[in-house]
Design a protein around this ligand. Structure first.
Ligand code: ZN
Ligand code: ZN
Length: 616
């Protein structure tokens, strides 16, 4: 063109911008500003330049353009101000944005909404909250979008009080029937862990869809309301809403939390029928569910049939094998993972190191720990705790103690308790007492430590010590959680407490238990009366042992589960020494496989041995 004006420049710059060539648009602006100084930029040119800066996240150029805008007097254009705000939000410059915001003569709802949203999403929560509080007196100007945005902010802040305040405003202003506002309320209550309020808000949303249902099920799962999650899934399906892959994944996680294999199996079949089993997230959730429900074979079956696998799939199966005490399998799968060129993650190494713990591989454990940096992962608390377990298992208790004392990370009670457990297993009375004293200084209410300490005394037959620990617990109002075991047979869950008489089949159960105990006595079972905390006569102790909850649950499994089927039992505390011994022998005399998940891990009893190799 022999001659160019502002219109020709802005036309070409718009063209560049729309073709994704933001840097060319900026270049054009520079050549116009410096090469054609007679041409004056107008609001269109500035808005194109600012949009280009947003696209490029070019803060420096954006600030220069801001200065031009001020010099040209165009800052009074509300459109330009909003573009500036947007640019500063994108470039995460809180101070600049607040400065622009403060030059607004009137409350401008559009720029307010976009700024709060951008800051909230980018994690500038305090700045967003400050801006929001500054306009609390103009709530009557807020629109539905504003409420969605500020609810999102209170969700990110996990500020339940603010959230409830906003909810009551929404009700007062009659805006509660909005789908987006309703979903934002559900999300806010979920992030603030107020499950009941989330549920309440959910059922007031008109036109609930699969996304909103799934969000609510996820909230229940994240807050350990697993049964509620399963109920909601069924309600959703009966309302005629088809679940999607996310729905299946979160509901399967609830089955994993409940350890209900029957429900998990049913969901697996449903996912297969509806064609969702092929999805990566569903496959990963199935692996997790099967391994947490005690069926590592099924977990492996899912893993091996997956069309594609990511690091989550690999880590889940490795961790699953590890939890089941199958250390060799876990390390074998880890080897294949590396062979396939998949990068291990933080979680993968937790699985790998706990596998080394099961196998007692001290040297290899340290090698794996040191190799983590190759993948840019620095070892965390979980990895170092695994090292403690590895050393304790190998009986190297002093080294374990040194590892805790000289590794500079923030240790928690779990690590110390692993060491205390090592002291119990290896009968190191002196160190055990010292460690227990240390833990109780950190947390005088740690029930697990009192129990372990009392067991350490009992193992040495130092009954005065047992009595002392119990006295201490009484004085400090610390109660031992009662042992409870549960077993699911034909979709029904049966719960047993120790010395339980409540079950309708209790006579049959006790008969079956007596029969099993008689048979294992013939092959050498001797009751481990040290497992009893009661300071009573030996004969009575044996009776206490007989009616431990896990023994009752197993006996019930024998009389009610299908013939030959694996018996799955879950216990809230650790399995006691005596039950562990008895269950190993029961697996011999009955040729039945029994899987007991206790507070710490899985015990798979088969042919007289346990997968934990007697270390738990
Ligand atoms: Zn027991
Ligand atoms: Zn075991």
């Amino acid at each position: 063109m022999p001659e160019r004006n502002v219109v020709s420049f802005s036309a070409l710059m718009t063209g560049y911008l729309h073709s994704g060539l933001a840097s060319d648009a900026l270049y054009m602006f520079k050549s116009m500003a410096f090469g054609h100084s007679s041409l004056r930029s107008n609001e269109y040119i500035f808005s194109i330049v600012l949009t280009a800066c947003s696209d490029l996240e070019a803060l420096c150029e954006g600030q220069q353009c801001h200065a031009y805008v001020v010099k040209s007097g165009l800052i009074s254009h509300s459109y330009i101000r909003n573009t500036l705000l947007h640019m500063y939000s994108i470039c995460s410059s809180v101070e600049d944005a607040i400065q622009v915001y403060k030059t607004l003569p009137d409350f401008d709802i559009f720029s307010f909404n976009s700024m709060i949203k951008a800051f909230s999403d980018d994690g500038y929560l305090d700045a967003a909250a400050e801006i929001m509080r500054s306009v609390m007196n103009e709530v009557d100007k807020w629109d539905q979008v504003t409420y969605v945005v500020v609810l999102g902010l209170s969700a990110n802040l996990k500020d339940l009080r603010l959230g409830r305040q906003l909810h009551s405003q929404i009700l007062r202003r009659g805006l509660e029937n909005d789908v987006f506002g309703g979903s934002a309320l559900v999300d806010m209550y979920g992030k603030c862990k107020a499950v009941l309020s989330a549920r309440y808000a959910f059922f007031r949303i008109p036109n609930r869809n699969v996304v909103s249902w799934t969000a609510l099920i996820a909230i229940c799962t994240q807050n350990d309301c697993f049964e509620e999650a399963l109920k909601l899934f069924l309600k959703m399906v009966s309302d005629g809403i088809q679940p999607n892959d996310f729905t299946f994944a979160v509901t399967l996680n609830s089955c994993a939390g409940l350890s209900t294999l029957t429900n998990g199996d049913a969901l697996n079949a449903f996912a297969q029928k509806s064609g969702h089993k092929e999805y990566l997230n569903v496959g990963n959730a199935l692996i997790n569910m099967y391994s947490k429900c005690g069926s590592i074979e099924d977990a492996h079956k899912v893993f091996s049939m997956m069309l594609e696998r990511d690091s989550v799939s690999w880590s889940s199966i490795i961790t699953g094998y590890s939890h089941h005490g199958l250390g060799e399998e876990a390390l074998g799968v880890f080897g294949s993972m590396l062979n396939e060129g998949m990068d291990p993650t933080y979680v993968t190494f937790v699985g790998v190191l706990s596998a080394c713990g099961h196998l007692g591989l001290v040297h290899e454990g340290f090698n794996y720990l040191n190799s983590m940096s190759k993948w840019g992962i620095s070892p965390g608390l979980e990895h170092h705790t695994c090292i403690i377990v590895i050393l304790c298992r190998a009986g190297r208790l002093d080294e374990a103690e040194k590892h805790i004392r000289y590794t500079h990370i923030e240790w928690d009670i779990v690590a110390w308790r692993s060491l205390l457990n090592g002291c119990l297993v290896h009968r190191n009375f002196g160190l055990g007492k010292k460690v227990a004293r240390h833990i109780l200084q950190l947390d005088p209410n740690d029930v697990g430590t009192y129990i372990l300490l009392s067991n350490i005394y009992a193992k040495e037959s130092r009954w005065y010590g047992v009595v002392e620990v119990r006295k201490l617990m009484r004085e400090r109002f610390i109660k031992k959680e009662p042992g409870v075991s549960w077993i699911q047979v034909r979709n029904e869950t049966h719960v047993f407490a120790s010395e339980d008489n409540q079950h309708p089949l209790i006579v049959e159960i006790r008969q079956k238990l007596a029969d099993l105990m008689y048979r294992i006595k013939l092959i050498g079972y001797k009751p481990d009366i040290a497992s009893v905390l009661h300071d009573v006569e030996d004969e009575q102790k044996e009776e206490y042992l007989w009616y431990h909850s896990e023994k009752l649950a197993v006996a019930f499994g024998f009389i009610s589960a299908p013939h030959g089927a694996t018996i799955h039992v879950i216990k809230n505390l650790r399995v006691c020494n005596d039950c562990h011994m008895a269950l190993k022998l029961i697996s011999t005399v009955t040729k039945r496989k029994m899987i007991v998940r206790d507070a710490n891990r899985f015990h798979c009893f088969e042919k007289g041995v346990c997968s934990c190799r007697d270390y738990w």
